[in-house]
Ligand binder design. Sequence first.
Ligand SMILES: [Zn+2]
Ligand SMILES: [Zn+2]
Length: 370
Amino acid sequence: MIQAIGYATKSAHAALKPYEFTRPDPKANEVQIKITHCGICHSDVHQARNEWNNTLYPCMPGHEIIGRVEKTGSAVKKFKTGDIVGVGCMVDSCKECPSCKEGLEQYCESEKGFLATYNGNQRMPSPENHTYGGYSNLIVVREDFVLTIPQNLDPAAAGPILCAGVTTYSPLRHWGVKSGHKVGIIGLGGLGHMAVKLAKAMGAEVSVITTSKEKREDALALGAKEVILSDDNADMKKHKSSFDFILSTIPQPHDVNPYAELLKRDGVITIVGCIAPLTKPLDMSKLLMDRRSLGTSLIGGIKETQEVLDFCSKHNIQPNTRLVSVDKINEAFDEIDAGKIDFRYVIDMATLAEKHEDKSILGKIGITSH
Ligand SMILES: [Zn+2]
Ligand SMILES: [Zn+2]
């Protein structure tokens, strides 16, 4: 066992605080990673605050992990000590079912499904019996679930590609977005801002659909051709039947009907941000009259995650990020929850070492874990 420290919360209404725990020693096919940076995803907020009613406490979020390989198991082939690597939303799956064999581990068909980086049920005996994420100083992961971070990507900014990046890249690819397509991105948060950059790099003409007037300039700066205000009826009407593909990144239940009308015949609107019932039933007349479809998509497989990292490297795409110190996580959560930001906060994990790691592991300060 390896002594570790991170930030975790013990209940839906408590703040995240320093938390000491142990990680297992790396097995033959596993890699031990010293975490240098971890992005703060909207899912982290949902999970920590039990908004999906399935949180296992203590909850230590974080699935946009960047770090340096510290140790490798004897059978590890792809990585060596010192490599800059990433870990996204999954740390294991059966690797045997049809979905896993196709590289779509996020749809693993085994009874347990994929093992989530945090809040996942461990397959190994463990004192806590669920996984702890990247808001910590180190993590041990099976090499098949570790990603290579291309050299020209800034390790301090690359983390969000592992969740926000692949979550938007996967549906853009699956529905064949390409040059000449008109693409609408609903919502300009962590996911939305990556979607704009990626769709643009795929050659599409991109519009941002938002309720936030104040995000207009940012949307244009990211490469959007225009900004449509979804609460302005005239603006929405003007763009009726004009998009080939629309991606909704709204992280809460919402009404899809007004957006469906923006699609051309045979257009598809895909939802990636919302894991809950929609606020209004789908009015089928909005879909069927023009053979429109509603799609859904969940994160992305490991192969596709490496693909989006390489795509970002090739097209010089970096997420827009702001570094925060580990003791500012709770403030960052509040801002994300309020939908105020159109960039990604990334935790600078060096601040964890400065503030807690050395002292607490030596037992010199009174941070307790239980
Ligand atoms: Zn995420
Ligand atoms: Zn599987």
